[in-house]
Design a protein around this ligand. Sequence first.
Ligand code: ZN
Length: 239
Amino acid sequence: MAMALLCALTLSAPSTAQSLREREIAQCLPGEISTWGDGHDRPASSSPLIFQYDHTGSPAWFSQAVVLEAVQNAAQAWSQCGVPSQVLTPASDQAQRPGAILVQWSQENSGGNFAQADLGKGLLAMNPAMFELLNERNPKHDAGLTLQMVISHEMGHHFGLMAHSRRCVDVTSYYDNGKGERCHTRDGRAPAAGVEYRALLPTACDIARCMQANNVPERNQENRLSHLLKSNKTKPPDH
Ligand SMILES: [Zn+2]
């Protein structure tokens, strides 16, 4: 459930294979969906899904507006799979809305990872200590990109994607299983070390798998996919 992050401490935006990566983000070829088989996808716990952001405990350099926008971007992108969502701002409702998934900053609830989803407790917890460490180790890296990716990844679990993708570019992926097996790219090459290959927002294959998990009729899929992913672009390399 937790995001495998590892390389995120030294990551920068991709500087090579950009066009292949962009194509992999925008298009899911027949048979291309592939997971590590580490979970069973299922429908989201509710529809619509309500997320409620609490800015308490955030690293100082992340404004509430920045984090909220990342949460909204992820929710909006995932909802293209046919499960509507709503993001409540802290100002609009201080008390936790019953049934809402609390998006919070909590070292304890993020289990030593950048972030962690707890479906049973209705949590998406981000780890302030890991973002502090990222900032310390790699101050030139735009931590907002990592923030967007981990929120998108963990939110995917709440939308019903329980298995992790084996397609490197998917936001629900992890790169290797620690036993020498690697994720897949379309040209068969492993992503360059130290460069983030994952998308910031759900890819076409993430969305297609989300549709399957949520039993969205196939006739709707083509339509929805055609509107996809326009905003799923990373910034150019900043080195
Ligand atoms: Zn995960």
